[in-house]
Design a protein around this ligand. Structure first.
Ligand code: ZN
Length: 470
């Protein structure tokens, strides 16, 4: 199983460490390439610690050694080595880095969008943008050429590139179909130009059996299926076929996540054994009875609420986004740019229905995961949209602590990332240090002081400089 990769120690090779530690960061000076193993220990002390599973320490310390967390809690209770460095984080909050459970990497190029942009450099760039915004992993949902994605995954796992970790799925739909009509054309073009597999056409139960077997043999862990007729322009994947896909996937221990057209499709997909829904389809049809069914079946939901909303907003005005954009792109998406970005008032009836539906999910204790669909359409940008999605969760009634769980331990567990998403002994030191407390105001996830991936601090300044280049 591929997930085993994530349980392995992720010691970065020395040449990579040397490049990362060119900056004068405290962690960097502590964990220098020439330091002995004992010196590679740092105590982050006096911080508020949001563990990621609902636990909170108002003032505590985290002991990090060789990229992993050794201990969390009171310094006086810790078994400290003779030599270690101290980083005082008084007034700051440490939480686990986040995970975006629904993205589409590779197609966005910030001034244009499409198959022509998909290559290794762009894939890495998008994962670095996630790292910049405090994310340590993403799940890319059925739009990546498999061998290229595997090779970038390996580069990151081995520490040759510092970026968010990449998980990805094979896509399955009726032949020649899958993503929305515009996206589909580009996904097919990427498959064509790379000669690699992205989408598997399923027209019969035998196709399902063969496709799942092939995906398993190629080493993937996930399958994404589309159950959507795209307003009549595509054929909807038939229940007999998705049942067979899910049944076959189960025999290889693969998870099947679904893009469903509406809440009405969810019931049969639950019976078929789907592991998770990549869209919430919140509204009157997703009521407490259905929410309880989702919970009982053990499936998760990625509500995916920002996609429609943010595209109507003048997001180019937002300083937090401007940090990672060329000025020309930010201006194009700013309020100066014209009518398309006039602020649209919330439809209050829709808002109430969504909030009721969201509350039904929360009350039924359904696993709600942060996911954004970023990259699926132009100008729905990586990392930034994740912070905005959490704001929507809280606006619709979720407690900030629960929203942070949705972004950390829950997606980690669901995606098989068993050593991240929690600040606890034995976990990777994937840490997001914030200036302000996100439990007071979820928008404080924006107040990023440091991002640390596997014990190595991300050079956010250098990344911002690169991202802002025209
Ligand atoms: Zn998607």
């Amino acid at each position: 199983m591929k997930t085993m990769h994530y349980l392995r120690s992720l010691q970065a090779p020395l040449h990579y460490l040397a490049a990362v530690f060119a900056t004068t960061l405290v962690l960097a000076t502590v964990i220098s390439p020439r330091a002995s193993a004992q010196e590679q220990v740092v105590l982050l002390q006096n911080a508020r610690i949001i563990v990621g599973d609902g636990t909170l320490f108002e003032s505590a310390s985290v002991l990090v050694a060789n990229g992993f967390i050794e201990a969390v809690g009171s310094r006086s209770d810790m078994n400290l080595p003779q030599e270690f460095a101290v980083l005082d984080l008084s007034g700051k909050t440490i939480m686990p880095t986040m995970i975006d459970a629904h993205v589409h990497l590779g197609y966005e190029a910030y001034s244009r969008w499409g198959s022509e942009n998909y290559d290794r450099e762009n894939l890495v760039d998008h994962l670095q943008r996630y790292a910049y915004y405090g994310f340590s992993a993403v799940f890319s949902a059925g739009s990546d050429p498999d061998m290229l994605a595997f090779s970038v995954q390996q580069e990151i796992e081995e520490g040759r590139v510092q970026a968010a970790r990449l998980l990805f799925a094979a896509g399955m739909a009726p032949p020649g179909q899958g993503p929305n009509d515009q996206f589909l054309e580009h996904a097919l073009a990427v498959a064509e130009k790379t000669g690699m597999n992205i989408l598997y056409g399923i027209a019969s139960e035998q196709d399902a059996e063969l496709a799942v077997k092939e995906v398993a043999e190629r080493g993937l862990d996930f399958i994404k299926i589309w159950v959507d007729d795209r307003g009549g322009s595509q054929q909807k994947l038939e229940p007999d076929l998705y049942r067979e896909i899910i049944r076959q996937a189960g025999s290889f221990n693969l998870q099947v996540f679904v893009h469903q057209q509406s809440a009405e499709d969810m019931s049969d997909l639950l019976d078929a054994g789907t592991d998770g829904f990549l869209h919430g389809r919140l509204g009157r049809n997703l009521d407490s009875a259905l929410a309880e069914r989702v919970h009982a079946a053990g499936a998760f939901i990625v509500p995916n609420l920002g996609l429609g909303e943010l595209r109507r907003q003048a997001i180019g005005d937002d300083e937090f986004l401007r940090e990672s954009l060329p000025v020309s792109v930010a201006n194009r998406l700013s309020s100066q740019a014209g009518a398309r970005f006039e602020s649209v008032p919330l439809n209050m009836q829709r808002e109430t229905e969504m909030a009721e539906s969201f509350k039904a999910l929360i009350d039924a204790e359904v696993d709600i995961l942060l996911g954004t669909d970023s990259g699926a359409v132009p100008d729905h940008f990586f990392g930034y949209t994740g912070h905005r999605e959490l704001e929507i969760f809280v606006r619709l009634g979720m407690e900030p602590m629960q929203a942070l769980i949705s972004a950390t331990s829950l997606p980690a567990g669901r995606l098989g990332l068993l050593n991240t998403g929690v600040i606890g002994p034995g976990y990777r030191a994937d840490l997001l240090v914030l200036d302000e407390n996100p439990l007071n105001d979820i928008r404080n996830t924006r107040s990023i002081s440091r991002v640390i991936l596997g014990g190595v601090e991300v050079d956010r300044g250098a990344l911002a400089e690169k991202f802002q280049r025209e």
